[in-house]
Design a protein around this ligand. Structure first.
Ligand code: HEC
Length: 303
């Protein structure tokens, strides 16, 4: 496809063509006994050059270059107009007429160019330099309402009723939330530790393989990569995060990560990975155990 002005030679052709048309039209008008006065002609030339640089030239030139070119064009047009005494007098006439306001029409033009134009330019400059502040972005919802249920690796979990299968007491039965405090001070490396503590230890291994880079080895959100991210990783040691959340909410967040956040959590560029792509649901439940054990928080319950 032929793109006007794409090659320097094409630009040259276009300018030559425009010049020919310009000279031709002028010639014809002179033949018919008419001619365009010097002042409008100068404006026409100037606007023509501007349109070529601005709209025809491709790829577009930077505005600094455009201004330089237009400065040169102004000079050339000026030289061209003032090259003959007649042309120069003709060019000056409307300007002098305006300054002296020879008749009501010129009086109007004078008012416009000496009052309205400076005011407009003044306002434009003021507006250009006025510091502009974006309106504050919406506050994001850090803990949005969770979905009713999530499907993780093909299994559907209803968040209101799902239970952490590794939250078990010494008899292997489900341990109601709030009754695990007796495990808080136990040693997870004790070979005779109860099942609960073995699950915590598994969770710890998962945490230190996957999460501590961001969430920190103290679980305080100060991992070695933490400050590369906005928002920074959640601080589990702070009562404002997992201590406020149900276990299933945390399960949902670990499984789906930042990409799984609902719209009300935007604007949001959470770096939290969707762990369902790397961990089994069992591993997610176990790392969940570890986070609560380590921080000695109880998960929130639905009632
Ligand atoms: C690449 C860094 C990164 C890694 C690795 C990472 N997280 Fe996160 N995590 C984040 C960020 C950032 C947030 C805060 C934004 C958000 O809630 O999505 C977060 C938030 C969370 C939350 C939500 C806490 C809340 O208060 O809502 C949980 C739970 C969580 N991470 C658990 C984990 C677990 C478990 C792992 C390891 C399996 C892990 N994260 C690994 C970056 C990471």
């Amino acid at each position: 496809m032929w793109i006007p002005g794409y090659m320097p030679i094409e630009l040259l052709l276009i300018i030559t063509l425009v010049a020919f048309i310009y000279v031709g039209v002028n010639y014809l008008l002179t033949k018919m006994g008419k001619r365009i006065p010097a002042f409008p002609q100068a404006i026409l030339l100037w606007l023509g050059a501007y349109s070529i640089f601005k709209f025809v030239l491709f790829p577009p030139i930077p505005s600094a270059l455009l201004y330089t070119f237009m400065g040169l064009v102004t000079l050339v047009v000026f030289l061209f107009i003032s090259s003959t005494e007649k042309g120069w007098t003709e060019f000056k006439r409307p300007i002098l007429n305006t300054v002296m306001a020879v008749n009501p029409m010129y009086k109007g033009i004078r008012t416009v160019s000496f009052v309205v134009l400076p005011l407009l330019i003044g306002y434009g400059t003021y507006d250009f330099y006025l510091p502009k502040f974006d309106e504050p972005i919406d506050l994001r919802t850090v803990h949005p309402a969770p979905p009713a249920s999530v499907t993780v690796r093909g299994t559907n979990f209803t968040l209101q009723t799902a239970q952490n299968p590794f939250r078990v007491d010494d008899n292997g039965k489900y341990l109601p939330v709030g009754q695990e405090s007796k495990y808080f001070k136990m040693n997870p490396f004790d070979p005779n530790a109860p099942q609960y503590m073995k699950n915590v230890r598994d969770g710890g291994a998962i945490f230190f393989q996957n999460c501590h880079f961001c969430h920190g080895d103290n679980l305080n959100g100060r991992g070695m990569f933490a400050f590369a991210f906005v928002p920074i990783p959640a601080n589990f040691a702070d009562p404002g995060t997992i201590a406020q959340l149900q276990e299933t909410f945390v399960f949902w967040r670990i499984s789906k990560g930042g990409p799984g956040l609902p719209r009300e959590s935007a604007p949001w560029a959470s770096a939290m990975p969707p762990w369902e792509e790397h961990l089994t649901t069992d591993e997610i439940w176990k790392v969940n155990m570890f986070e609560y054990w380590h921080t000695e928080f109880f998960p929130r319950t639905w009632d």
